[in-house]
Design a protein around this ligand. Structure first.
Ligand code: ADP
Ligand code: MG
Length: 393
């Protein structure tokens, strides 16, 4: 792939066309109200309620088959709802066809016309709208300039690199001046380097124009790097709606904690919950084989099956068996099974001595080296209740 032939979008300092000249429509908010979608006996989306404020970058994140594309297509109008309402700008659009919703969709495979030039590809939607030629010309030139591809106007899609094709698809979606842009896995066909660069550019263009972007992705890091709001989906339901920072700090369920990766999760039974000054509870869980672990969150009845989780970077590791000092609330003994130097960070895989449960600790490589960590060593892991998130389900 001819990565070096790509040009970046013009930097802000290069006088990009202002949003008022290129995109005159204001961004719109989107909402789903108890939306359900059934395909015969398959329920793809069940009773989904969601608010996406105007002008934000929202990612629908979840594993394959959880209903992300279906949710997006119901918003765009490419799929009907079985029940419930889709609102754009506060108006129910259930009965409006896709072309009348003031939205645009950028598809996974870009769906560029292979025999049309770049210019004709971008012009197509405007032509369909019956826009006069002079106006079309102005709009297409403006948007090609904006994505930094005016020099490719006469080429055919196969004469462009993957990144350039992606920008043309973006230009084609933006040229109609949508209030909401929807993107279904737009970066999945790109190699890793280009994907990282293109996501920076998508984010930049979204911010530059203040448009509402709704993107589908199964890629956790991509959702984290792009989003103002992440909607984590699981089997046709929403498990959590949060900012990336909130999601990272406090996953709402075992599924989310697992899906966003590498959290250490302990299943147990609630022993008691004590209200704290900050409104949260200090919850004591009985974890089989390990004993009591303390977590913070919103408590539930004693006896309830629940779990807690701690991020691998929030553990402290000490050589030797667990000491008896009580300062960090949670302490367990574990054996190192692998020490993996990945760069600045070292990943340490362990097994809990009492239960054999796999655990992960990450630390700065410089710290791992000064501890001289090695496979087979027995260590103690400590973490505070404040870093231990209570998971009610
Ligand atoms: P995702 O985009 O998260 O991978 P989809 O929205 O494509 O998931 O699919 C959600 C569920 O709906 C899956 O079980 C899928 O097989 C089913 N599904 C999607 N589209 C159709 C369809 N046109 N007909 C029947 N089942 C479908
Ligand atoms: Mg999909």
């Amino acid at each position: 792939m001819a990565v070096s032939a790509d040009r970046s979008f013009p930097a802000a300092s290069q006088n990009p066309p202002s949003s008022s000249t290129v995109l005159s429509e204001a961004a719109a908010g989107v909402a789903l109200r108890s939306v359900t979608k059934k395909y015969g006996s398959v329920t793809a989306i069940e009773n989904m309620t969601l608010d996406i404020p105007a002008g934000i970058y929202c990612c629908l994140l979840g594993p394959s088959g959880c209903g992300k594309t279906t949710a997006l297509r119901m918003i765009s109008g490419h799929e009907s709802v079985t029940s419930g309402q889709v609102l754009i700008d506060g108006e129910c659009v259930n009965e409006l066809p896709a072309a009348k919703r003031n939205t645009a969709m950028m598809f996974q495979n870009y769906a560029l016309f292979p025999h049309k030039t770049v210019w004709q590809n971008v012009e197509f939607g405007l032509k369909m709208q019956g826009m006069p030629k002079a106006e079309r010309q102005q709009r297409v030139n403006e948007i090609l300039d904006l994505v930094g591809l005016d020099h490719t106007a006469k080429r055919k899609p196969h004469q462009l690199s993957g990144g350039q094709q992606q920008r043309i698809a973006l230009a084609r979606a933006l040229v109609t001046r949508p209030k909401v842009l929807m993107l279904d896995e737009p970066l999945s066909a790109l190699d890793e380097n280009l994907r990282v660069r293109m996501r920076g550019e998508l984010r930049k263009i979204q911010k530059q124009f203040g448009l509402t972007f709704i993107q589908v992705t199964h890629h956790v890091e991509e959702a984290f790097s792009l989003s103002d709001q992440i909607v984590v989906m699981n089997h046709g339901h929403i498990d959590q709606v949060a900012t990336p920072a909130e999601l990272f700090k406090a996953p709402a369920s075992k599924f989310v904690a697992r899906f966003i990766g590498d959290n250490n999760i302990f299943a147990g039974k609630v022993l008691d919950a004590t209200p704290q000054a900050d409104g949260q509870d200090l919850i004591k869980l009985d974890v089989e084989g390990i004993g009591a672990l303390y977590a913070t969150g919103n408590g539930t009845q004693p006896g309830t099956e629940a779990a807690c989780c701690v991020r691998p970077d929030l553990l402290t590791l000490e050589r030797g068996d667990a000491a008896t000092d009580q300062s960090p609330l949670n302490t367990i003994t574990a054996r190192i099974t692998q020490v993996e130097l990945t760069g600045f960070v070292t990943r340490v895989a362990l097994l809990a001595t009492a239960t054999g449960q796999p655990l992960l600790h990450t630390l700065r490589t410089v710290d791992a080296q000064s501890l001289a960590l090695q496979e087979g060593q027995t260590v103690s892991l400590k973490w505070s209740a404040n870093d231990c998130v209570f998971l009610a389900h």
